[in-house]
Design a protein around this ligand. Structure first.
Ligand code: FES
Ligand code: FES
Length: 177
């Protein structure tokens, strides 16, 4: 395909702006992996079933094997590489580590990004809500119980700050309750 057929896109990925010329048919997952070298986003099926390619597009979990790179023009993308802060894992990553939420790890980036969306929308999900949120993410090498446990653990880890502030406020007499 000649360069004239390419489209110019501008995408912010994990906080970094990228401008590229891409073929209109290029999938977002291939853009992330092959153009930007972000290989943490995996391809498990290419048919929108497994969820291994899940990333956040403007905050919404999408299967990047069924999104075109040109559809991400002007958008913000978060991939698994954008979660940790240096050596410090994101609480969801830490919980997957601590609760044995991964075996081979192939599905894990997608699981974690779907969980990230869930916990932003619902900081205290029930087990049923976690299982429902993750039903588009397949893990082919183990069961789901440890994954669910990890998400519950991450929810606990991500909640205490406001609880801590409320308790501190209550102790100092500033609570209205
Ligand atoms: S590779 Fe995208 S859903 Fe499986
Ligand atoms: S940990 Fe191996 S596919 Fe999920």
């Amino acid at each position: 395909m000649d360069a004239a057929a390419k489209k110019s896109i501008s995408v912010t990925v994990n906080g970094a702006a990228h401008e590229r010329e891409v073929e209109p048919r290029l999938l977002l997952v291939d853009f992330l992996r092959d153009t930007l070298g972000l290989t943490g986003t995996h391809v498990g099926c290419d048919t929108s079933i497994c969820g291994a390619c899940t990333v956040l597009l403007d905050g919404a979990a999408v299967k990047s094997c069924t999104v075109l790179a040109v559809q991400a023009d002007g958008a913000e993308v978060l991939t698994i590489e954008g979660l940790a802060r240096g050596e410090k894992l994101h609480p969801i990553q830490q919980a997957f580590w601590d609760r044995h939420g991964l075996q081979c790890g192939f599905c894990t980036p997608g699981m974690i990004l779907t969980s990230y969306q869930l916990l932003r929308r619902n900081p205290n999900p029930s087990e049923a809500e976690i299982r429902h949120a993750l039903d588009g993410n397949l893990c082919r090498c183990t069961g789901y119980q440890h994954i669910v446990d990890a998400v519950r653990e991450a929810a606990r880890a991500m909640r205490p700050r406001s609880g801590g502030r409320l308790r501190a406020a209550a102790r100092s007499g500033r609570s209205r309750s």
